[in-house]
Design a protein around this ligand. Structure first.
Ligand code: IVH
Length: 672
């Protein structure tokens, strides 16, 4: 018995160390968090029951993984602890009882409830108001120096207003919004690169780039939730601490925070978050409950690995087991063919799923997946889940291997697979599936933004022969639209207005919309700032493209390849002939009326979306910033503006209404 216990103990240590390394150092976990937590608990239980088993290098004694050698180590002035977990109401009640016992009180405890963001923990050190070091948690004592990468994140101020001028350590979570995560993976898939398993891995991988230019292109964001060294006036509770962080310029998750008294308040918050998690723009994997009073936190103190005064209350995993009934093939707009698992329909935390993403054949090989396999699937904020694991022990021997396709599933042209790519491609540019996807990309929100043309509508227009390429959208007549199902006068009118409006989209949007390989939104913006027109871009050779900052060999070659094809040139001619006149962005910047100005937009706007307003600021040469500081030149505030407006008033920064702003700067800039 003793021997089996010891060997299980050693096995658990080995397993946890292995998964720790995959998670923390390589950002490539093999098992879901819930499974890791399970193993970890088993180890904690064993150590509690049989303390003689515990070794000095037990995974329970370490917070994360040792820092990687590629970054300079940074010692945290105050160790960065982790959190203990509870998984259900009973376990939380037990935590609460423990707290009241330690504090020797029968009264309800005041807690601050926060959402538990699923990203990467980070510490920012500010000296004399300036960001001096940004570091990862590492093993809790020593992290990695990622300062240069941190500096590229827009929501992190490099200068703060700290009138006490002492050294401050600010802590929080770096994460990627789900929409940005999906866009990033789509681009990587199109580029034949491996995709990130989830937003957390994408954030971690982006943050630990050796080249900060790559980090700068990734849509990283930060919410702050705590501190290391931090002495500020009038901060006696966790909620006051968050307010104080917000006041000196940090982003906090205000909507995701609630102060409550007693267990019931905590449970209400937990249930609300669980109910709303699918509607949040980012992924959360639970809530964090903290004793609100800082003196009481002090009194409660910490264990070796985690504080006594806080707990992570995790959500049940969005996982389920089902069977892969078949493998479907999807053809993307560049011909990339990706496999999709067709599942026996199953309910995963309230949503019926029947498809799972598989991304590419490397992924199938990694999972060792076959048709007929039982698999564990997991939804990460998405309706379309991922396959996380194949239950090989449930195989019967009747499972079927998934072959690479020889032909395109739609047009049956033989496929080609380049040595450096993970996906095979259909090489027929006339392939109906590619046409469909190209048009869908073209009308997308971040491209030409033509609302009202979903997959169903496009399918009909394509089937009716009304639309063969994106330029045909601009010559559609009312009757063509009426030929579609459920298309009345109002809808048709709206659609036509949307098509019309898109004629004058910014040049960067059109460049992106064309779907040139390796030209994502970011690259399209760079190109639009460099070239005055599509004509100029078309005339550029590889050398001059490569001279542009951030444009490398691969992208330059892809652009010239695109413009060397006669069908692409014909398409552009057709677009121009149909009246598409993108608005140049290149010349507007340097002599724009907002040149060098920093503008903050806050509250809700009426005639512009936030994005459009920020775009307007940028096209006029200004910079749209996320937070108000002394460097802010003016603030545009709409109804509902809160702390940013307050702060602008505090600093005496001019505040304009949307109307005033548009009167001065709105002009006719989109039509010039
Ligand atoms: S507080 C001493 N608050 O969850 C308290 N953590 O292991 C330390 N996390 O490392 C953390 N959201 O990366 C705290 N609102 C929140 C959080 C949060 C996410 C992460 C953080 C931490 C891990 C828990």
């Amino acid at each position: 018995m003793e021997e089996t216990r010891k060997s299980r103990y050693q096995e658990l240590c080995k397993l946890l160390n292995y998964h720790n390394r995959l998670y923390h150092e390589l950002d490539q976990p093999e098992i879901p968090d819930a499974e890791y937590d399970e193993l970890f608990r088993e180890l904690v239980d064993l150590e509690q029951k049989y303390p003689e088993l515990q070794t000095d290098d037990s995974p329970t004694r370490r917070v994360g993984a040792a820092p990687q050698k590629k970054f300079r180590p940074v010692k945290h002035a105050v160790p960065m602890l982790s959190l203990r977990n509870v998984k259900n109401e009973d376990e939380f009640r037990e935590f609460d009882r423990g707290i009241r016992k330690l504090l020797a009180t029968d009264d309800d405890v005041e807690y601050l409830c926060e959402m538990k963001l699923d990203g990467v923990a980070i510490e920012l050190t500010y000296e004399n108001g300036l960001l001096s070091v940004g570091s990862t948690r590492g093993d809790g004592q020593t992290g990695e120096d990622v300062t240069e990468n941190i500096r590229t994140i827009k929501s992190i101020p490099t200068r703060i207003d700290n009138d006490q001028n002492n050294t401050l350590d600010i802590r929080g979570e770096i994460y990627i919004d789900l929409a940005d995560f999906r866009a990033l993976n789509r681009q990587r898939e199109e580029d034949g690169e491996s995709i990130f398993a989830n937003p957390r891995n994408a954030a971690a991988g982006s943050l630990r780039q050796l080249d900060a230019v790559i980090t700068a292109r990734r849509p990283l964001n930060m919410f702050c939730y705590g501190t290391g060294r931090y002495e500020q006036r009038d901060v006696a509770t966790q909620s006051a601490l968050l307010r104080s962080l917000e006041n000196i310029g940090f982003r906090i998750n205000r909507e995701g925070t609630r102060q409550v008294t007693g267990v019931d308040g905590v449970l209400d918050f937990y249930r609300d978050c669980l109910k709303n998690r699918d509607d949040l723009p980012f992924e959360i994997d639970g809530v964090v409950i903290k004793v609100n009073s800082l003196p009481l936190q002090q009194e409660l103190g910490s264990l070796s690995r985690a504080p006594r005064w806080a707990i992570a209350f995790k959500f049940p995993p969005r996982q389920a087991t089902t069977v892969v009934e078949n493998i479907g093939l999807q053809v993307g707009r560049t011909g990339a063919i990706t496999p999709v698992a067709h599942l026996k329909p199953i309910n995963v935390s309230g949503v019926t799923v029947s498809r799972a993403s598989l991304h590419n054949w490397d992924e199938i090989a990694r999972l060792d997946l076959r048709i007929g396999d039982h698999v564990i699937i997991e939804r990460a904020g998405d309706v379309i889940p991922d396959v996380v694991k194949v239950l090989t022990e449930r195989r019967t021997g009747d499972e079927i291997d998934i072959p690479l396709p020889n032909d395109c599933p739609v047009c049956h042209t033989p496929v080609v697979k380049a040595a450096d790519e993970v996906v095979p491609r259909c090489t027929n540019p006339q392939c109906p599936a590619q046409t469909m996807e190209r048009i869908r990309h073209f009308v997308g929100k971040n491209a030409m933004d033509i609302e009202g043309l979903g997959e169903k509508q496009l399918q009909q227009l394509i089937a009716l022969g009304k639309v063969r390429d994106v330029a045909d959208l601009y010559t559609l007549e009312q009757e063509d639209l009426f030929a579609m199902e459920r298309m009345g006068k109002t809808l048709a009118g709206k659609l036509q207005a949307a098509v019309d409006q898109s004629r004058n989209r910014p040049l960067s949007k059109l460049i992106f919309a064309l779907g040139i390989r390796h030209v994502g939104e970011h690259t399209a913006k760079i190109l639009a700032h460099h070239f005055e027109s599509l004509d100029e871009l078309r005339a550029a050779d590889v050398e001059s493209l490569k001279n542009i900052h951030e444009i490398g060999d691969k992208v330059a070659a892809s652009i010239t390849d695109y413009f060397s094809l006669s069908e692409n040139l014909a398409l552009i001619e057709k677009l121009l002939a149909a009246g598409v006149r993108p608005v140049a962005e290149a010349h507007i910047r340097s002599d724009g009326p907002l040149n060098g100005k920093v503008v903050v937009i806050t509250g809700s706007l009426e005639s512009l979306t936030r994005k459009d307003a920020e775009h307007l600021v940028e096209t006029l040469g200004g910079r749209a910033a996320g937070s108000v500081s002394k460097k802010t030149d003016f603030v545009v505030a709409g109804p509902g503006a809160g702390s940013k407006l307050e702060k602008a008033r505090q600093f005496g920064i001019p505040v304009y209404t949307e109307e005033e702003f548009l009167k001065t700067y709105g002009g006719d800039e989109t039509n010039d």
